[in-house]
Ligand binder design. Structure first.
Ligand code: PEP
Length: 257
């Protein structure tokens, strides 16, 4: 049993009209506010275009809002980029960094992820740093070594358990309906915790949240969220439906096990 409050985060990716977003978060807000004991924390990460709308709707609800990336640069002549200041101005308090889709599509390197995470933390945004192995890397049998390298090279120097969350997202499990076995998730999360110990010390490493992401849905959330060292989930597809996202969050209740 973990002492860390489960953290359920939704990554909407490049999805959502204003009307869809309002309906989705309206539903989540109502449910979260009605929850007598807030036994999990919830975060939604809409596309940039919806952050203002969503944050306004969720204001005061206790559900946090985040972005899916940001620029490591400060405000100024950087066409198309979004800075920490601009995100905070519209109500974001978190940002996802290093999602595998950005590492692949935008070729974001570990060094870039590190720079973005450091800038976000320096400017008081909390970071969800994603790491994960490809199918080929998994098949090589060196998953832990590969993740250790990715985590170490992307890891922000100014990290603490308060401002950084790690998300383990096997790339081959994202949007595929496939998930690792519970034993594999447990092994990887233990390996990540060990790496964190060497990066920030035992005390902070013990408190840092490590999320699992990759095809989490209501039917597998109960099992995944109760694996040792799994402190929550980063949810893609299923976070676009209030009912599914809520069911995943509810499955994190350790007392219902
Ligand atoms: C993700 O992209 O972060 C993710 C976990 O996606 P899905 O839940 O759809 O696999």
């Amino acid at each position: 049993m973990s002492e860390i409050k489960p953290f359920i985060a939704g990554n909407w990716k490049m999805n959502g009209t204003k009307a869809e977003a309002l309906a989705l978060v309206g539903d989540l807000k109502e449910k979260y506010e009605a929850l007598a004991e807030k036994y999990f924390e919830m975060l939604v990460c809409p596309p940039f275009t919806l952050i203002d709308t969503v944050a306004t709707q969720l204001n005061g609800s206790g559900i946090a809002v985040g972005a899916q990336t940001l620029s490591a640069l400060g405000n100024g002549a950087h066409t198309g980029e979004i800075s920490t200041d601009l995100l905070k101005d519209v109500g974001a308090s978190y940002v996802i960094i290093g999602h595998s889709e950005r590492r692949t599509d935008q070729r974001e390197s570990n060094a870039e992820c590190k720079a973005k995470a450091e800038k976000a933390i320096a400017d008081n945004l909390k970071v969800i740093l994603c790491i994960g192995e490809t199918q080929e890397e998994k098949d090589s049998g060196f998953t832990i070594e590969i993740l250790t390298k990715e985590l170490t090279e992307s890891f922000p120097e100014n990290a603490s358990a308060e401002n950084l969350v790690i998300a383990y997202e096997p790339i081959w499990a994202i949007g595929t309906g496939r998930t690792p076995t519970a034993q594999d998730i447990e092994k990887v999360h233990a390996g990540i915790r060990e790496t964190l110990e060497s990066l920030i010390g035992i005390d902070d490493a013990a408190k840092m949240r490590i999320l699992y992401g990759g095809s989490v849905k209501p039917s597998n959330a109960g099992e995944i969220l109760h694996i040792r060292n799994v402190n929550g989930a980063l949810v893609g597809g299923a976070s676009l439906k209030a009912e599914d996202f809520w069911a995943i969050a509810e499955a994190s209740n350790y007392n219902k096990r």
